[in-house]
Design a protein around this ligand. Structure first.
Ligand code: ADE
Length: 235
């Protein structure tokens, strides 16, 4: 999978891309991440990419033309089929289902806004999927793009080793994950639940399912209801 990121701040990505699973996935050739500086697509002699909003108001708006140029450059260079995403707090809410859908794409182009966002004609002309990572406003689309990158890359087949299995994690089943414990058996007076050291795999599975459900009901009743409806539909 090729992931192209169009941003005014490419260096923000080096930490996230240079460590852990994202680093390994690139080294193994499972994903290629290509950072493009939007300024390189400006036709202005000062490489300007933003301007004051028509109608007045605070801040600056990213001009449409450099974004069109960047996307056209990519389309002409093997990215005909890449799925176009624009990060904005006004987009559809990102979740694990969307991450799974994106992980099946041959490529993704991520457009990161900054300042007061993009000229609306970017959306009009390119019809990207507009995505928000949550109901809060960040300084730009870079951190959301990293969130999306991380969550998608780990779902690309072969990226996670068998030790990092996807099977039982939060959200994949529509519920939050059960609590985990490791050595030693007692920490500051707090013991590991006995069932986990009993060696009875059936009991362990039952306990985990129960804890997962309790946690989901308490913290995320919305997910609990969604999982219940999903189960009902399967019957
Ligand atoms: N840009 C600024 N805030 C954002 C958010 N919450 N999601 C996606 N892009 C953003």
């Amino acid at each position: 999978m090729i992931i192209d990121v169009v941003t005014l701040f490419p260096s923000m990505f080096s930490g996230v891309l240079g460590e852990s699973i994202l680093k390994r996935a690139q080294e193994h050739g499972q994903v290629k991440v290509n950072l493009l500086n939007l300024r390189d697509f400006s036709k202005d002699k000062h490489k300007k990419v933003d301007a004051a909003p028509y109608g007045g108001g605070p801040g600056m708006v990213i001009m449409a033309e450099p974004v069109f140029e960047a996307v056209e450059h990519l389309r002409k260079n093997g990215r005909e089929e890449s799925f176009l995403v624009l990060l904005t707090p006004g987009g559809v809410r990102y979740d694990q289902t969307l991450a799974q859908e994106l992980s099946k794409q041959p490529g993704i182009i991520l457009l990161c806004g900054h300042y007061e966002g993009f000229d609306e004609r970017v959306s009009q002309g390119l019809s990207p999927l507009e995505v928000s990572i949550g109901d809060f406003v960040l300084t730009g689309g870079e951190v959301p793009a990293m969130v999306l990158l991380d969550s998608v890359v780990r779902l690309v087949p072969g990226v996670l080793g068998s030790q990092e299995s996807l099977v039982e994690e939060s959200f994949s089943s529509g519920a939050l994950e059960y609590p985990q414990y490791t050595r030693p058996p007692e920490v500051r007076g707090m013991a590991v639940p006995e069932v986990l050291t009993s060696g009875d795999h059936g009991k362990v599975a039952e306990w985990r399912e129960q804890k997962s459900q309790e946690k989901t009901r308490a913290r995320r009743p919305d997910l609990s209801e969604k999982a219940r409806r999903k189960k009902y539909r399967q019957i």
